[in-house]
Structure formats: C-alpha cells, structure tokens
Design a protein around this ligand. Structure first.
Ligand SMILES: NC(=O)C1=CN([C@@H]2O[C@H](COP(=O)(O)OP(=O)(O)OC[C@H]3O[C@@H](n4cnc5c(N)ncnc54)[C@H](OP(=O)(O)O)[C@@H]3O)[C@@H](O)[C@H]2O)C=CC1
Ligand SMILES: C=C(/C=C/[C@@H](C)[C@H]1CC[C@H]2C3=CC=C4C[C@@H](O)CC[C@]4(C)[C@H]3CC[C@]12C)C(C)C
Length: 564
C-alpha cells in the first residue's frame, strides 16, 4: 500500500512524562552517575574487605548470621506481623516489578550481611556463596583462577539469591540450562526456623526443585553451592551477519548452535557461548564463542578487543557492524565478555542517555557508566515508572526453540521493538515437575536442539520503546503485555518474573505449574509465613486492606495440612 493510501494513524498527545524521559539525562549526568560511581566504589571496598578475611572467618560469620535470621523469624508474631520477605528495598532490586508488596505491611528479614564468597573449592569445582554475592563480585574472584560459574548472568548487580529464586540465563545456557540448574545445594531457613541443606537427591530434594522461580516464598536462602567450570583467558567470538525474514533469521540463529543431525552434546559442533541480536525484521547478527588461551589470542594476525575499556563502543552497536563488515572474529578477555552488556544496560542506556554511545561521551564520561539501576529507580518518580509499564516493553519470553520464528513475528506485529536479544537455554526433564518444565512428549519429535533429557528453549529479550511510541502513536503497554502472556501460555512459554505481569492468578498458574510448589508450601509450613509467588508478581499497589484480605483468604483456603 502506498503511503498516500495508508490510513492515518491516530497520534498520541505529548505528555509531561515524555519530557521527563527526554530530559532524564540531566538528572542522570549530574546526580545518578556520580553517585553510582560512589555506590559502586563502596560496594567494591566491601568486597575487598570480605576477600581479605579467611574462609574460616567468613564461615564463622556466616554461622552467626544464620542464627540471627532464625532468631528474627522467631520474633515474628503471626497474629500481628505481616508476611515475611527479604529486607532488600524495592528500589535496590534489578527487576522491573513494582515490588509493591514491600510497600505494604510485611515482616522484613535483613540478609544484607550475606554477601561473602564462602569458598572456592577447586577440587569439587564448586563455589559456595551467600545470596547477596553478585555477578561482578564472583567473576572478579574466579576468572583470574581460570574458573567461572557455569552460567554467569551478565549484569554485574544481579545477585545469587535473586537468580536462584527467580531465573538467570547467559550465553552458556544451551549447555548448562538456567542459573538454578547449575546449583548443587541450597542452605535454607524454613518458616519454622529449621536450617536445612537441600540437594537433588537428599530428603529435601522436593524443596531443591521447588525453589527456582518461587521468589523467596518457600524459605530464606542463606547460601548456595554452585557449579564451576574451567575457563581460559579469552573468548574467541565470531560475529555472523544474517538476513532474511523473521522465520529465516530464527532458523539461522538455531543453526549456529543446534546441529541439524541432533548431535547436540558434541563439543566440536556446539559452541561454548551463543547469543543472537535481531536488529530489524530482516537483519540480525549471531555470535558464537569458544574459550581461548592467552597464547592463542596473542598469535599474529588475531584481533584482541579489550572490551573492558570504558571508551569502547557499546556492545550491541559493535556487533551490529557485522551487517556492514561481514563476518568477523575477535578475542575478548573472558571477564569483559561476560559483562559486555553491563555498560549500556543492553540498549536501554540509549533511552536514558541518548548520547551515551557517542565517541566524545564514552571518552569523557564512559568510565562512570553504567548508572546504577538502584539509583535510576530511586530517582525515577511514579510518572517514569508508569511510562515503563505503559509505553515501553521490558520482557523476557522463554519459548521452545522451534517457536522462536512465530514469537518474533508476534512481537514484530504487536510491539515492533528492536533490537531483540536471543539466548538459547535448556529446560531439563526432571524427576519432578517444577514451576517450569518442557513440553510433554517433546522427545518424540526430535526437534533441532532437543535431547532425550532436555528441550531447547530460547530467551527472547524484548527491551525498548515500541515502534508505535517512537512514531507518536498510541500504545497500550498493559494490554500488549496481557496478550503476550496469553500467547506464551498457548505456546508453552514462560515469562521472566522480574518483569511486569498482567496475569490473573488463574492464568499465572496456567503458565507455571504449581503442583510441587504448593506441596512444598504446605510441607515446609510456608503458608501463613511467606507470601505466595503470584501475590509477589501481581501488579498494582497493595493497600493494607488488600494485604490483610489476601492473608486471611490464604489462611482459610490453605489451612496447612501437616505432612510429615
Ligand atoms: N541475565 C539474567 O539472568 C538476568 C536476570 N534478571 C532478573 O533479575 C532478578 C535478580 O535480580 P536481583 O536484584 O538480584 O534479585 P531480587 O532481589 O529482585 O530477588 C528476586 C526474588 O528472589 C527473592 N530472593 C532474593 N534473595 C533471596 C534469598 N536470599 N532468600 C529468599 N528469597 C530471595 C526475592 O525475594 P523478596 O521479594 O522477599 O526480596 C525476590 O522475590 C532475577 O529474578 C532475574 O530474573 C535481570 C536481568 C538479567
Ligand atoms: C533479563 C535480562 C535483561 C534484562 C535487562 C535488559 C533489564 C533488567 C532490569 C531492567 C531495568 C531495571 C530498572 C530500570 C530503571 C528505569 O528507571 C529505567 C530502565 C531500567 C534501567 C531497566 C532497563 C532494562 C533492564 C536492565 C536478560 C538478559 C535475561
């Protein structure tokens, strides 16, 4: 249809919030960035202080702190205090939810002292860490030892506790699964004050499988043992441009890491890291990586990109150059590779600081980047917060690999958001059915990427301003989010819970399976002590009355059956 014949699209009236977004950079440059720097620096000093203590000392402090958690839980008077959650303030957490349950009546348990790496066991290849250890902190310690968490989520601020009780993913998840799949044991304080260690094959194995995605509603995690893998100093990264329609881009993406002959466990056919970026409905760049030694990286003719330098171009833009240059290869220091999206907050940094990607800014102030998410949230005002719900999209959609093309088409039609992030991950077939699980009978189809024991999924990361909003047209973020969630339910997909949800309780439990979760809620006496996972996800301010009603309703519906 020619432009002349195209129906006139209604325009949205400019509102005050549009100006707040447009000029947010002023607050960010003069306030958020300097304070972020100080904030990061103080955290760094804390990490250094922690690292100077011996493992024995850290363990001793850990044991004392666990006792305090137990004591604090014991102080709760169920008849008058609210339900329990961690003491992390709503603005500090990385996610996009309003976390309104922490603005209503609740009973806080302070876990802020749990920020130590308790042990790096090179023999067992395990890191034992406390829940507030973050990704930046752990990679700083392990990478110089040529070790890494098997799945190292890339934003520095993400915490072990949040990634286990929520979800975590990285470019190695097509091999190792989600962050929680790499966990070996969990030390949990239960509602009745018992401290238990749950593993996949001990008496608490049900709890072990129920905790991922439960959002801290089964118990308080006080430490975790997580699998380590050997790594090398560099990552040899190949950037491959692809063109075609969205289905063709999805197929090209699958072909980068899922051999068509089904040989998914063959390391010579499957790269160690994978990610895809879709820049438009017809263009994408697929990146595959392998660990490489310093010796290999420094060989003549190889290009080394020390990506950690503050003045380097933002990663998603650097990758995009492959569309013009053609396929290229470079060696990136391993830690720089892990945190490649941190400085630009994927591409969300572009909206917050429109000139943050410019050469002059990167050189002058790039070292102050990124603005700390906590400070962005603390200064964003209700209007900006609502803008991100109504006129913006920040969602991660976990969909079966063979449905990526369909999902991309849906997102294009309904949201038109670019770039889009693609990251494959396994969902394992387990002895029990946790909150997320593969499609029943997936093994029979032998689809690309699947094995007998796991179905290949993909995290489709949709972050940025939708096309309609960029053109000044109306966009109903809440309605689109609702439609997207229904699409996911119909297609056996899952939505990352750090994002805003419009799901009703019934639909929430259509998306996630609650059988094991509810069994554990009863068995471990979480009902009446911890909130429900849906209640934590539910959007909207929770008034005192609502909280009381929800508690009452739960207490009546789910009188704990003691299941010893
Ligand atoms: N690459 C990736 O994988 C990325 C992941 N994310 C998302 O960000 C979230 C992590 O953000 P982060 O700020 O670290 O975590 P949060 O503090 O937001 O925690 C997430 C949930 O886990 C619960 N939780 C956290 N620690 C504990 C604990 N020790 N015991 C019991 N429950 C706990 C919280 O409970 P409570 O509500 O009581 O505080 C909360 O419901 C993840 O859920 C993840 O999905 C975001 C970006 C990238
Ligand atoms: C889940 C993944 C990556 C997600 C990121 C793109 C988003 C995670 C948290 C997001 C943000 C949190 C809070 C913000 C404050 C607002 O005032 C501005 C936006 C933002 C900075 C927002 C930006 C996107 C996130 C960083 C993956 C990779 C699985």
């Amino acid at each position: 249809m020619s432009d002349a014949k195209a129906p006139l699209r209604p325009k949205r009236k400019m509102q005050l919030v549009d100006f707040l977004i447009q000029f947010r950079w002023i607050l960010v440059i003069f306030f958020v960035l300097p304070f972020s720097f100080l904030y990061y620096f103080s955290i760094y000093l804390g990490d250094v202080k922690s690292e100077r203590k011996s493992y024995e000392q850290r363990q001793k402090e850990h044991d004392e702190n666990v006792k305090e958690v137990v004591k604090r839980l014991g102080e709760r008077d169920a008849s008058k205090d609210g339900l329990v959650c961690t003491g992390r303030p709503p603005w500090v957490v990385v996610g996009m939810r309003n976390v309104d349950y922490k603005r209503a009546r609740h009973f806080e348990v302070d876990l802020s002292k749990f920020r130590n790496i308790l042990e790096i066991d090179k023999e067992r290849m395990i890191a034992r860490v406390e829940p507030l250890v973050n990704m930046g902190q752990i990679s700083r310690v392990t990478v110089p030892m040529n070790l890494s968490l098997a799945v190292l989520a890339e934003l520095d601020d993400l915490t072990v506790g949040g990634l286990i009780n929520g979800f975590g993913i990285e470019g190695s998840s097509h091999i190792f699964g989600l962050f929680s799949d790499t966990v070996v044991s969990l030390e949990v304080v239960l509602a009745d004050g018992r401290v238990v260690r749950a593993t996949k094959d001990n008496e608490y194995s049900d709890l072990f499988y129920a905790i991922p995605w439960s959002q801290g509603t089964l118990g308080l995690l006080v430490s975790a043992e997580i699998k380590l893998i050997p790594v090398k100093e560099y990552v040899r990264l190949t950037y491959k441009p692809v063109t075609g329609n969205l289905k063709e881009l999805a197929q090209a993406y699958a072909d980068t890491f899922a051999p068509r002959d089904g040989d998914q466990d063959n390391p010579s056919k499957v790269p160690e890291m994978v990610e895809g970026m879709i820049y438009s409905p017809t263009e994408g760049v697929m990146m595959t990586g392998r660990y490489a030694s310093k010796q290999e990286a420094k060989q003549r003719g190889n290009v080394i990109n020390n990506y950690g330098w503050w003045f380097k171009p933002w990663f998603y833009q650097h990758a995009q150059t492959a569309l013009k240059r053609g396929e290229f290869v470079e060696y990136i220091p391993t830690r720089d590779y892990y945190h490649r999206h941190t400085r630009s907050l994927y591409w969300e940094g572009k909206l917050i600081l429109p000139f943050g990607d410019q050469f002059w800014f990167r050189f002058l102030l790039g070292w102050l980047m990124p603005p700390k998410i906590a400070l962005l949230k603390a200064t964003q005002s209700e209007a900006i917060r609502n803008y991100y719900h109504d006129h913006h999209v920040i969602q991660d959609l976990l969909v079966p690999l063979y449905k990526v093309g369909d999902c991309l088409e849906w997102v294009h039609r309904e949201m038109e958001v670019y770039p889009i992030w693609l990251c494959p991950h396994r969902i394992y077939k387990l002895p029990v059915k946790p909150m997320i699980y593969p499609e029943p009978g997936f093994e029979a189809h032998r689809r690309q990427g699947d094995t007998e024991y796991a179905q290949m999924y993909t995290d489709i990361g949709v972050y940025y301003v939708p096309g309609a909003v960029l053109r000044g047209e109306p966009f109903d973020g809440a309605e689109k989010c609702r439609q997207l969630e229904l699409w996911l339910i119909e297609n056996h997909g899952f939505q990352a819970q750090y994002a805003v949800t419009e799901l009703t309780e019934k639909n929430f439990w259509r998306m996630f399976d609650n059988t094991l979760y509810e069994q554990c809620r009863k068995k471990y006496k979480a009902i009446g002590t911890f909130m429900s996972a849906y209640y934590k996800s539910k959007k909207g301010r929770k008034t005192e009355k609502e909280v009381q009603e929800a508690e009452q309703e739960k207490a009546e519906q789910e009188t704990p059956e003691v299941d010893e």
